[in-house]
Design a binder for this molecule. Sequence first.
Ligand code: MG
Length: 270
Amino acid sequence: MKLARFMHNGAEQVGIVTDKGITSLALNRLEDCMGLTAAGVRSKSSKEIIPLKRVRLLAPVQPSKIICLGWNYLEHIEELKHNIPEQPMVFLKPPSGIIGPEDDVILPNPRISSQVNNEVELAVVVGKRSKNVRTEDAYSHVLGYTVAQDITARDIQWRLRQKNEQWDIAKAFDTFTPIGPYVVTPAGIKNPHNLAITLRVNGKIRQDSNTKYMIFKIPEVISYLSSVMTLLPGDVISTGTPKGVDLIKDGDVLEAEIEGVGVLRNRVSK
Ligand code: MG
């Protein structure tokens, strides 16, 4: 099942997306679908089907935190000449950086950063309050999956890394965290670790991999993170990017796609 948050007739709503369009749900947040069966979710939907072109899709969730993994694809580690981490390498992005489908990624002033990079990632959306989750129970804490981009000011990150300083700020700019367009529930994804993951820039493929190449898999990531911090409904875990990170520039159209999850389209502007 594909779930979305959207604006229609001036009101923010959540709904179910099908080939015919979108039906509104009598729920405040997508996270409220957690624990309901598919029939239970459908029982909350209106009869009216709104064509997708008549709504504006929003970032599907408004998380309390966005937790990102770095160095989680071997080929990306080789690309940037890093060591393989012994445990998940974690950093946080601020929720204020989130934008939705079709929103613009806005480049910082070039005096601040002139090397902004794409990073397509599979994002896991947490469905319930989670603390000390066992690996074998981890999937029962997942509301679904969406597409994320972990946009990065690479020159700032490099500069700080060379000085052995924290570099999270390089990822924290406004608009640097596009997510969406939908949350696809686990029933719609046979195996989240066998999905094609691609990024097209102006129609040309730049990143092209598969989620099976992740080093730390979703269950152990959820277990590890929840041993440190309580995960809340709607929280987003972005699972790292494969190789192919490179410059994005004003006017570029970015299409981040994960098989079965969707295409997240954003333009770059200054
Ligand atoms: Mg990343």
